[in-house]
Design a protein around this ligand. Structure first.
Ligand SMILES: *[C@@H]1O[C@H](CO)[C@@H](O)[C@H](O)[C@H]1NC(C)=O
Length: 304
């Protein structure tokens, strides 16, 4: 029998491995008016980099970068000292008025994911006159390390006053995307404004995205995705379509990420970054499983 310390070492090493290789993280963050002025605030940018760099794919919403400098600045800071590992794909500027437009942006780690398709949902579909203020910019990702290998993300930042209608219309987007790319592996995510005053309880049975049992809402109603002490609403959501994708999600991994607490910021410092927390979920990956097996065999040896 080997001396205990070396067995302990094997066990600890396996545990470390587990932590280093743990699953694939998908995030969605309403980065509240992310544009030029934020990109010039060093403290805000530092926190943004900390938030985004935790994720393999991070959907940013409320990107308002008309001068096209803030996003490159964020990528530049993300890649500094990290070997140019991040890239992004962005929608056009979207919105009903020229004066207020936003982009959907997916920042992703090139070592863990690549983009295999994009689809900008059209402004006016026959039979559905302009349902969205910001039509979803749909992206398909390939992620070889994940169990699921390939999946589609449908982003949405709803207009608060039209939340019920826009969420219901997202169901049509989902059906289109499933047909177009012949896949069930679709996740919908973003600031849905799906709580408090914007989505009345009595309207929920009118929203097919809620009533269809093929869909799982991973961020529960009781969650708080808002920074302010005075608000407690689950606005930001992650919804998974189909059994296969649901099974490839790490159980109970979906949550709001309280960056204020995690990075020890005051409420005002956190609000300088955003009034929302990011929401996130983990996908199972091959390395996750093989690391778990190593931990088990390590444990077995120590006691066997
Ligand atoms: C709500 O939706 C209707 C029709 O889809 C649209 O005409 C209206 O501008 C929307 N309201 C806002 C604030 O976007």
């Amino acid at each position: 029998m080997a001396p205990l310390p070396s067995l302990l070492l094997v066990f600890l090493f396996s545990l470390c491995n587990l932590h280093l290789t743990v699953a694939f993280r998908i995030c969605a963050f309403n980065a509240y008016h992310f544009g030029e002025s934020k990109s010039k605030n060093g403290q805000v940018m530092k926190t943004l980099v900390q938030i985004v760099s935790r994720c393999d794919v991070c959907l940013l919403q409320e990107v308002r970068d008309s001068k096209k400098k803030a996003l490159p600045a964020l990528l530049n800071q993300l890649n500094r000292g990290r070997g140019a590992d991040y890239d992004y794909v962005a929608s056009e500027r979207l919105g009903r008025s020229e004066a207020y437009q936003e982009q959907y942006v997916f920042v992703y780690k090139t070592s863990s994911a690549s983009v295999t398709g994009t689809y900008q949902y059209p402004d006016n579909r026959p039979g559905d006159q302009d349902a969205f203020a910001r039509e979803p910019f749909v992206v398909r990702f390939r992620a070889p390390k994940t169990d699921i290998k390939e999946f589609v993300l449908i982003p949405q930042h709803t207009t608060p006053t039209n939340t019920t209608k826009e969420l219901d219309a997202l169901y049509d987007v989902l059906q289109d995307v499933k047909r177009m790319w012949k896949t069930e592996n679709v996740m919908l995510l973003g600031d849905f404004n799906a709580d408090c005053g914007y989505l009345a309880k009595k309207n929920r049975n009118k929203v097919r995205l809620i009533t269809d049992s093929n869909l799982q809402w991973l961020i529960p109603d009781g969650s708080d995705t808002t920074v302010r002490e005075s608000t407690n609403c689950a606005y930001d959501r992650i919804v998974v379509n189909g059994r296969k994708l649901f099974d490839s999600v790490v159980p109970s991994s979906a949550k709001a990420f309280n960056f204020q607490q995690e990075f020890r910021l005051s409420e005002d410092e956190a609000l300088d970054v955003s009034d929302h927390y990011p929401v996130e979920v983990l996908l199972k990956s091959r390395t996750f499983k093989s690391a778990a097996v190593r931990v088990r065999s390590g444990t077995f040896k120590s006691f066997g």
